[in-house]
Design a protein around this ligand. Structure first.
Ligand SMILES: Cc1cc2nc3c(=O)[nH]c(=O)nc-3n(C[C@H](O)[C@H](O)[C@H](O)COP(=O)(O)OP(=O)(O)OC[C@H]3O[C@@H](n4cnc5c(N)ncnc54)[C@H](O)[C@@H]3O)c2cc1C
Length: 360
């Protein structure tokens, strides 16, 4: 019997996980990524306790990840600080390290890679590579994450879209004392700032902000960060004497809240191409890994014909965490309610659980 080669676009968490699961199930997947070596994707770098367990289920032991252990959530809103224990420890880990480990596990599983070339366009039968190659597909797993492909782009826009920004801060004793062991969320005008330490002691400062907030800072990310530090003294303490010309990574127009509810025959959309959760929930990687597991289970039973069913079912499964994360984000603008949530036994724990993607 001839089993058509499943093709995966994108070797981030979703694509690497789907590739290793397909290979272990006996398929011979081809994994395409435009980057020869994993970069350090713009991400908050928080792996929740649930995401750590999902990674362990792929065969990568938590200790092998080597991340910075995180057991508390600190919320800063309206001049108040609320600290809550996490249900179980999570981790701060750079995406370079996570993606490198996931790729290595996919390689060990026997996945074939095609690296250093981007897919330019996607049609219902064919993908076009940037070197002019046309590849016909039978089953396609779209895991290009934050980047849309021509032919299958997610809806963007809105009057004031949200941007992702990230600043890396070098290891420092002050930051280690202030944020060691914590994932911090600072609500600020126009969005939020997330902060944690990673495996090498450096800090990852990541934020989702309205484009208008950046425009008001003259379009200069470091000017925006300086303005936020003026608003939020705790943030200023953590920034320290970061130079005004420090490089800031940016990604435009993140379609938070979007879900793919339909698909074409054979097209399985994964990760951010399936559902985009507000990033302060720290569950995007969890969703990526869960979508990979669900897609492979469906593909094994129904092949290319199972794609629409998978997409519908996964969209339903993602609805609750997406809504819960949007509600949690809105709470930051009502610090009184946030305090009430933190003070109500069980409520904070429930909120943390509701923002996780449920098991299949
Ligand atoms: C500001 C911000 C903070 C976040 N913080 C967190 C957090 O702390 N914790 C968390 O769990 N989630 C977080 N997320 C969400 C998380 O980053 C994503 O949900 C996750 O990366 C999705 O994984 P993915 O595999 O779908 O896509 P990605 O991680 O984006 O990977 C996509 C891969 O596809 C490749 N690719 C893209 N286009 C092409 C192409 N045309 N051809 C070939 N290859 C291509 C890329 O090189 C990349 O390797 C955050 C997101 C943002 C915006």
């Amino acid at each position: 019997m001839c089993i058509p080669v499943p093709i995966i676009i994108g070797a981030g968490p979703a694509g690497a996980a789907v590739a290793m699961r397909l290979a272990r199930a006996g398929a011979a997947p081809l994994l395409i990524d435009r980057q020869v070596v994993p970069g350090d994707a713009l991400c908050g770098g928080f792996l929740s306790w649930a995401t750590v367990a999902q990674i362990a289920a792929l065969g990568i032991e938590p200790v092998a990840l080597g991340g910075h252990r995180i057991d508390r959530l600190a919320l800063f809103a309206g001049g108040q600080e609320i600290v809550l224990p996490l249900p179980a420890p999570g981790m701060g880990l750079s995406r370079h390290r996570l993606d490198t480990l996931l790729r290595a596990a996919a390689q060990d599983a026997g996945v074939t890679f095609r690296l250093g070339h981007a897919v330019r366009t996607l049609s219902s039968t064919t993908i076009m590579m940037d070197d002019g190659d046309a590849i016909d597909w039978d089953s396609l797993f779209l895991a290009s994450g934050k980047h849309d492909l021509r032919g299958a782009a997610r809806p963007h826009g809105g009057a004031d879209p949200e941007l992702g920004l990230r600043l890396r801060l070098p290891p420092s004793a002050t930051r280690h004392r202030l944020i060691g062991g914590r994932i911090e969320l600072h609500w600020v005008d126009g969005g939020y700032v997330g902060l944690l330490l990673q495996e090498d002691g450096s800090a990852n400062l990541c934020m989702a902000m309205r484009k208008s907030a950046l425009a008001a800072a003259g379009g200069r990310p470091m000017a925006l960060i300086a303005q936020l530090a003026d608003q939020a003294p705790a943030l200023a303490d953590r920034l320290g004497d970061v130079p005004g010309d420090a490089p800031v990574d940016a990604i435009g127009d993140v379609p938070y809240g979007w879900r793919a509810t339909t698909s074409w025959p054979g097209l399985y959309r994964l990760g951010d191409q399936a559902a985009v959760i507000p990033s302060l929930a720290g569950e995007g990687i969890g969703i990526a890994l869960a979508s990979a597991e669900a897609a492979v289970a469906q593909w094994q039973g129904a092949g290319r014909e199972g794609a629409a069913r998978y997409q519908r079912d996964f969209a339903r499964r993602a609805l609750l965490p997406l809504r819960a994360a949007a509600g949690f984000r809105a709470l930051g603008r009502r610090p009184g309610l946030l305090r009430l949530l933190a003070a109500t036994p069980g409520a904070a724990r429930l909120a943390m659980r509701l923002t996780r993607i449920a098991g299949a």
